[in-house]
Design a protein around this ligand. Structure first.
Ligand code: NAD
Length: 349
């Protein structure tokens, strides 16, 4: 039986990866600061440990896989370690600058601990979840023509400290690969979305936030979209993200860094329009920005770069993988799930 360790298992992508690995027949251990909000982890992992991966001792202990003949004997090395743990969220959390110290310190500490102990405990392979946020701002000013091919990463100039931390950790993992032969795989995710992700509370990302606003609105109302709505992005459905990630992880020699995303680029207003269509409601869009935004929320409107899209040339060539699901289909599934969450939440309050 193969073994997998999923770090950040209580989060959106980590929880979904646990489900997938369990279905594939792996022995799975999940670790997170917290339990998953929407998944009963007992059903999708063999062992779930609530713990802080900034804690060096904890990481040194959890990175051993149980001996398959005696679950108490932690002497085996994991076949696959997926590192998803990060202090992160959507635009409000990442792009206002208000959480920069935590974002950099907490995530870097987690990654430093994992690289060191993965090496010491002879983990067979580590996946690191980097982000499109590490690409330089200067290539992402034109909404119609953003450049995010892998080799465009340097000279570096991410527009957020979140992106700088991702870049640092990519390089740190690559240095362990170069100097110590740690087998590392790096994917640069572009806006992963789907059911069972955070949809309220300030850490939710654009697709979930828009679906929630639409689900909460009544016919004839407008929903608020932050910024001009002309910024472009692409969004990848969670199942496709897991498929690309496991293909990268199990490829015999291709290590990345490689984009994992969709090339279906839309504006944020297009995304909002799709969410409205999914709801079958009669709603309009109200773009809020500038002083009006700042007076209402007390911080400048966090919109990020003006244009961003995945470039899948490399992943198509190396992994024979490409996104398939139209954004509209994935958003319908996500909207339906968030609408049911909103209804349940209202019922409870
Ligand atoms: P998420 O916030 O849902 O999950 C991250 C998890 O890490 C959370 O459950 C959190 O509790 C956990 N965590 C944070 N600090 C920890 C610590 N010190 N110890 C233990 N657990 C800790 O995020 P996600 O959307 O599932 O993203 C997973 C990874 O993919 C992250 O590294 C993220 O930066 C990266 N990524 C995600 C996206 C996306 O669109 N979702 C895009 C680019 C990159």
């Amino acid at each position: 039986m193969k073994t997998a360790l999923v770090l950040g298992a209580g989060g959106f992508i980590g929880g979904a990866m646990c489900k997938r690995l369990k279905k594939e027949g792996y022995w799975v251990r999940g670790v997170d600061l917290k339990n998953h909000e929407f998944i009963n982890m007992d059903e999708v992992v063999d062992e779930f440990i609530v713990g802080d991966l900034r804690d060096n001792d904890l990481v040194s202990r959890i990175i051993f896989a149980p001996n398959q003949h005696s679950l108490g004997d932690y002497k085996n090395s994991f076949d696959e370690v997926y590192q998803f743990a990060a202090d992160m969220g959507g635009a409000e959390f990442v792009f206002t600058g208000m959480n920069d110290a935590d974002i950099m310190h907490n995530s870097a500490l987690v990654n430093l601990n994992i690289a060191k102990h993965a090496l010491e405990k002879s983990v067979k392979r580590v996946f690191y979840s980097s982000s499109a946020c590490m690409y330089p701002e200067y290539n992402q000013k034109d909404p119609a023509n953003p450049l995010c091919s892998e080799e465009s990463a340097y000279p570096a100039q991410p527009d957020s400290e979140y992106g700088w931390e991702k870049l640092f950790s990519e390089r740190m993992f690559m240095a362990f690969a170069k100097n110590h032969k740690l087998d590392v795989r790096i994917g640069r995710y572009h806006n992963i979305f789907g059911p069972e992700g955070t949809w309220r509370g300030g850490r939710e990302k654009a697709p979930a936030a828009l679906c929630r606003k639409v689900a909460e609105a009544s016919d004839g109302q407008s929903i608020e979209v932050w910024g001009p709505g002309l910024q472009t992005r692409s969004f990848l459905y969670i199942d496709e993200c897991l498929e690309a990630t496991t293909r990268l992880m199990r490829h015999k020699d291709f290590k990345g860094p490689v984009n994992i995303g969709s090339e279906e680029m839309v504006s944020i207003n297009d995304l909002a329009t799709m969410a409205i269509k999914a709801s079958k409601k009669n709603l309009s869009i109200h773009n809020i920005q500038g002083d009006v935004f700042e007076i209402k929320y007390g911080f400048p409107c966090p919109i990020g770069v003006m244009g961003r899209n995945s470039d899948n040339t490399l992943i198509r060539r190396k992994l024979k993988w490409d996104y398939e699901m139209p954004l509209e289909s994935g958003l319908q599934l996500t909207y339906d799930w968030i609408e049911s969450q909103v209804k349940n939440y209202k019922g409870e309050n």
